[in-house]
Design a protein around this ligand. Structure first.
Ligand code: 13P
Ligand code: ZN
Length: 282
């Protein structure tokens, strides 16, 4: 089978399109990775060229040794993925000790995988250890979440509770809450390591003054998660714009009812009785 005929290429392309339509991918902003199933690798094996040179990943991922990943290219516009997948994306293979990668397909006009390759692979390694079917990592430049990183305190508990209160479904979509990474250099080992630490337990990582990472089992699930977090952030920005004081909100009692009805579990740290009805305060 040709790579371009594979279902994962169609799903990957759709997510690039959908994210672009949301306004999350200005210029080359954002990147995506997908950890391929063995059967998917075998199906396209005839098109893979293993003769390329090994390059340093920039962070070891022994848990992903010998695996294959679909990725966007560095500097490529996600807008253009649907126009020319083979120019904008690639398949990379990780070596036997998880320290190096090589491009085995794609980027036909040159280039390299996303500069966030270490963050993607290190996140995917955390996810594989948690649940082998969590295969997708999605990074976008989500404007409302980023706006909030200038005004909300650097406190994961406050962030989680504020976002949960914005839409009933939020706590069901991300019951583990969101994690925060303070400003660090994009593409660095440090920002990748901090993200991968959060992805050991959470599906959403916010990069302060930059954007967001979300993960999932399927492209729809991953995109939907990103969408609901950004939607909640957008409503929170509106609430802050209207003065930032809530007259009423989803209560602790309501969250406990959601836990029962939807069979989800929330960490008690998020279910505190609020002393303040102002956004960003306990
Ligand atoms: P790349 O073009 O290298 O993927 O970088 C885009 C980006 O969003 C960096 O954080
Ligand atoms: Zn980015």
């Amino acid at each position: 089978m040709k790579v371009l005929e594979a279902q994962f290429v169609k799903d990957f392309t759709k997510m690039c399109h959908d994210g672009y339509m949301q306004g999350w991918h200005e210029g080359n902003g954002g990147n995506i990775s997908y950890r391929m199933r063995e059967s998917e690798v075998e199906n396209v094996r005839e098109e893979l060229n293993e003769s390329g040179e090994w390059k340093e990943i920039g962070g070891p991922v022994p848990g992903l040794a010998n695996e294959y990943f679909v990725m966007t290219g560095s500097g490529k516009f996600l807008r253009n993925v649907e126009l020319d997948f083979a120019d904008t994306c690639c398949i990379v293979k990780v070596n036997e000790d998880g320290t190096k990668y090589k491009v085995v397909w794609g980027l036909v006009n040159g280039g390299r995988p996303t500069s966030e390759l270490p963050a993607h692979l290190m996140n995917l390694e955390s996810l594989k250890a948690r649940d082998p079917e969590l295969r997708i990592v999605y990074h976008c430049h989500s404007p409302k979440v980023t706006a909030l990183t200038f005004v909300l305190p650097m406190d994961e508990v406050i962030w989680t509770r504020e976002l949960w209160e914005m839409v009933s479904e939020c706590s069901i979509f991300f019951p583990q809450g969101v994690g925060l990474v303070e400003w660090m250099m994009p593409g660095s080992y440090e920002i990748s390591k901090a993200s991968a630490e959060i992805m050991k337990t959470k599906n959403v990582v916010i990069w302060v003054h930059h954007g967001m990472f979300a993960c999932g089992h399927t492209f729809d699930e991953t995109f939907g998660l990103m969408h609901i977090v950004e939607k909640a952030a957008s409503i929170l920005v509106d609430v802050i714009s209207m003065g930032g004081v809530k007259r009423q909100a989803i209560s602790v009692e309501n969250f406990r009812a959601i836990e029962k009805v939807f069979g989800v579990h929330f960490d008690e740290k998020y279910l505190y009785e609020r002393k303040s009805n102002k956004v960003g305060e306990y």
